[in-house]
Ligand binder design. Sequence first.
Ligand code: CA2
Length: 150
Amino acid sequence: MKTALVLNGPNLNLLGTREPAVYGSQTLADVQALCQQACATHGFALDFRQSNHEGVLVDWLHEAGRLNAAGELAGVVLNAGAYTHTSVALHDAIKGTGIALIELHISNVHAREAFRHHSYISPAARAVMAGFGVQGYALAISGLAGLAGL
Ligand code: CA2
């Protein structure tokens, strides 16, 4: 069974506790349960993580690259949070790994402040999703299953 790795960046541990008008009222534990259900549907094992630290996310992307090389990775869903808009390190970590990586945002970043319109992740990602709320995570896992069939 291949693994779908879902990585969450800074402040996403606060999901459901603040800014419900932007991010909804579901917690990160609720999102994990959503992802678990989507993975069961598609026959993936779920590995779900969150970190507030850029270097930890880089290490996890390297780990994903090794898993991918071993043929054990279905793909990565990455919500890099604010690092999306700042991190060349995350861009470099993804680039050249061959990982099927979906960049995901809960909110429609393009309808928000101008500083959220640029992403360092997008040029290295296979696909980009924004604005579906937390349901986007389940849709992204279905997307990984779809990409695997291409
Ligand atoms: O829409 C998204 O998923 C974002 O990646 C979320 C990031 C933001 O910096 C990006 O521009 C768009 C912020 C994550 C912070 O999440 C919180 C959730 C609830 C309360 C406070 C922060």
